[in-house]
Structures are given as structure tokens and as C-alpha cells.
Design a protein around this ligand. Structure first.
Ligand code: ADP
Ligand code: SF4
Ligand code: MG
Length: 374
């Protein structure tokens, strides 16, 4: 497995006048043998980023590197299956109904694996995803959604990929089987050292599998850091909104499987990606932004940089130079979230009235080396 790196990646659809920028200057690294979770509500650009990584959507700017080499058909530098394999959301359309499961998996293998070795590899892959090897002769129509996603994972692994991009792979499944598929992802990662970009709109799901979490809003990464830190001490109001939507029962640290359709801040007014808000794109919805705080007009006009703790793109997040020990004291973004534990109710709490705006850190202070921090 390998490192997948997005450098200032943008993807634009449509014409200059009528188009939209679905992914806007994204920097993100999926380190070797790690799972990075990408979370954000529907329309934030997650699938577009995923498809760009798999070479299915051209990038309009920036570059995507696999172990330092640009990906993309001509530059991939090797023949055979795509080294970035995707597993898609819909288990019912991702497998050809006319092919047996074994044929589907074998089709994805590199050329040169034939005969008995091919059959043995199909059996091995099926067992790897906790399916009976005999299933190779079955057609997808006989399988449940969860079983199909297992086959889709086996098929992705058959290609011997460097990185797997899993895009909402549990979203279409029954709540009762989401957990088993997530457990499989965790087990596969431990067993095979899989590098994976794991995408979901559901923060509870991402939290379960990922060591690092990136939060995406309207085409941009707005917060990025170790999962424990992002979840226990979120720096961007949008992350806190997503967390507030996770049921209380999932806040405590536990190995219990997260299930359920947690739709983040879906009830709030979504922004139109054709006309993204000026300044901070979250400002019309931000519970501690200019809509509720007249002293935060800067949010309407100036786009925040990510030179803040957790690379949070918020003017009022603590600067990157502030270490974990001092984070509580610099609660300048007005959150009502404790720095430890996952008992999070920041969305319900008003901005802290005791915070004097004049004591807030200056917008976008600090010029720390972000590459090093990520
Ligand atoms: N092929 C396309 N042509 C035009 N717009 C697209 C295309 N694919 C996605 N979009 C738009 O790009 C934005 C991001 O979509 P998407 O990447 O699917 O988000 P997510 O996966 O986070 O729900 C949305 O506004 C969506 O309508
Ligand atoms: S920059 Fe302003 S509007 Fe944006 S998230 Fe921070 S406080 Fe809210
Ligand atoms: Mg999507």
C-alpha cells in the first residue's frame, strides 16, 4: 500500500459562467497503511475528490500523487489495473448481474493470474471478506446488500491496489448490517495495511474506521487532524455542527458499532455550490459567525486560511502555534465544547457572551509550515 497525496486539487464542472467548482484547492494526504476519513454533508465534493483520485474525473487544477508520482492514465507508469480502486455506494449497480461473483472478482485481477491460481485467489479474497469460497459460483442477485459490498471490496482488493477509495460504502445498507461491513474494513486494514480514503456523510461511521479525519464543506477541507483530537476538540464550527448531530449514545468512547442515518447538519439551509458565499463559505450558517456576531464581519469578506489548529479554516480558531495544553484557554470561536471527551452539545449552546472580541486572535495569524503539520 502507498501514500496518496492531493496537492491544491480543484475540479470544476461546466462552463466558466454556469459551472461550479465542486472541489476547490484541496490539500490532503492519505499516508501509507492508514485510513483517512473524509466527512461532509451531501454536495460538499467528497465523491468528486474520490473520482478524481481514481482517474474517473479530470482535475482542473493541482495534482494528485501516488507515492510521489502523478496519477492519471498516461502518467501512471504501470500497466494493468488502476492502483487506486474505488468501492461505490450502491452495491446493486457495482456488480454485473450477468457475471458470477467469482468472474467479477477474477476480472479485476492483474493479467497473468490464470487457471488454478485464479480460482484459488478468488477463494482467498472471498474468505478475506468473510464470505464462503463457494459463493464464487453465485450470481449477485442472490446476495444481500452487505454481501455485495463484501464482494465489491474483494473485487477492489483483487486488483492489488495501492490505495482503496471507499465512497459511502455503508450508506445504502440496512442499519443492521452497516456495522459488520465497517468491522470488515477495520479488520482488512489491520491485516493488509490498506491505505484507504474512507468517505461518508456520517461522522459516527468515519470515526469508527479512521485514524485521521478531514472535514469537507462546499469543496474545501475545513478541518483536518487526528481523529481523536478532531472529535474531542473540534476547531471549526461546521465540525462541531456535524458532531452535534451525532446521537448522544455515540459520543462516549467505545468499541460499539455506530449505526444509523446521521445526516449531519442536513436540516440547515444548504449553500448553492454555483454561487458559494464570499469570505468563509460557512458564514451564512455559522452559529458563531457574522449572522449572530456583528464583530465578525471579516467572515463575510475574507476567506480564512488553514493556519490554525487542526488546519481549521476559521478566522477564530486558535493559531497553529497554540499547543494542545493551551487550547481550552483560546476558545475564541465561541464553542461550547469541552476539550476532552465526546459529550458534545456545542450546537445548542450560544456563543460564549463572556468572550470579548478584542481578545480574539487576529484573523489568520501565524505562518507556520502547514505542509509539515499535515
Ligand atoms: N458530473 C457532474 N457535473 C456537474 N456537477 C456535478 C457533477 N458531479 C458532481 N457535481 C456537483 O458537484 C458538487 C459536489 O458533488 P459530489 O462530489 O457528488 O458531493 P458529495 O459526494 O459530497 O455529495 C455537487 O454540487 C454536485 O451537484
Ligand atoms: S470564519 Fe467565521 S463564519 Fe467561518 S467558521 Fe469561523 S467564525 Fe464561522
Ligand atoms: Mg458522494
Amino acid at each position: 500500500m502507498s501514500e496518496l497525496r492531493f496537492e491544491d486539487v480543484s475540479v470544476r464542472f461546466g462552463s466558466r459562467r454556469r459551472g461550479l467548482t465542486a472541489v476547490d484547492g484541496v490539500d490532503l494526504v492519505v499516508p501509507d497503511s492508514e485510513i483517512v476519513g473524509l466527512v461532509g454533508e451531501s454536495g460538499s465534493g467528497k465523491s468528486t475528490l474520490a473520482r478524481a483520485a481514481a482517474g474517473l474525473t479530470p482535475v482542473s487544477g493541482g495534482r494528485i500523487l501516488l507515492d510521489g508520482k502523478p496519477i492519471g492514465a498516461p502518467a501512471r507508469g504501470r500497466r494493468g489495473p488502476n492502483p487506486v480502486q474505488m468501492v461505490f455506494q450502491d452495491p446493486y449497480s457495482s456488480l454485473d448481474p450477468r457475471m458470477t461473483i467469482g468472474e467479477s472478482i477474477a476480472e479485476a485481477m492483474p493479467r497473468g493470474v490464470r487457471g488454478g491460481a485464479r480460482r484459488a485467489e478468488v477463494t482467498r479474497l472471498l474468505e478475506l471478506v468473510d464470505l464462503d469460497g463457494d459463493r464464487a459460483h453465485a450470481y449477485p442477485g442472490l446476495l444481500s446488500g452487505g454481501q455485495r459490498q463484501r464482494v465489491a471490496l474483494a473485487r477492489a482488493l483483487a486488483a492489488r491496489p495501492d490505495v482503496i477509495v471507499a465512497d459511502e460504502i455503508t450508506s445504502a445498507l440496512d442499519v443492521s448490517i452497516q456495522g459488520t461491513v465497517l468491522n470488515l474494513v477495520v479488520d482488512l486494514q489491520r491485516e493488509l495495511g490498506t491505505s484507504m480514503l474512507f468517505i461518508s456523510h456520517n461522522l459516527a461511521v468515519v470515526r469508527y474506521v479512521a485514524r485521521t479525519i478531514a472535514v469537507m464543506y462546499l469543496g474545501r477541507i475545513v478541518e483536518h487532524g487526528p481523529a481523536d483530537e478532531v472529535l474531542s476538540n473540534p476547531q471549526h464550527p461546521y465540525t462541531r455542527d456535524l458532531l452535534a448531530a451525532v446521537p448522544e449514545s455515540l459520543h462516549a468512547e467505545s468499541d460499539r458499532m455506530p449505526v444509523g442515518g446521521l445526516d449531519g447538519v442536513a436540516l440547515a439551509e444548504p449553500a448553492d455550490p454555483h454561487t458559494p458565499p464570499t469570505g468563509c463559505r460557512y458564514h451564512p450558517r455559522c452559529p458563531v459567525g457574522p449572522v449572530v456576531r456583528s464583530d465578525r464581519e471579516v467572515c463575510r469578506t475574507d476567506a480564512p486560511t488553514t493556519e490554525h489548529l487542526h488546519l481549521a479554516a476559521c478566522h477564530f480558531a486558535p493559531p497553529l502555534a497554540v499547543g494542545p495544553a493551551t487550547r481550552d484557554a483560546s476558545d475564541a470561536a465561541g464553542r461550547g465544547v469541552p476539550a476532552s471527551g465526546l459529550h458534545l452539545d456545542g450546537r445548542q449552546k450560544p456563543a460564549d457572551p463572556t468572550i470579548d472580541a478584542t481578545t480574539d486572535p487576529a484573523p489568520d495569524t501565524g505562518a507556520a509550515d502547514l505542509q509539515g503539520a499535515s
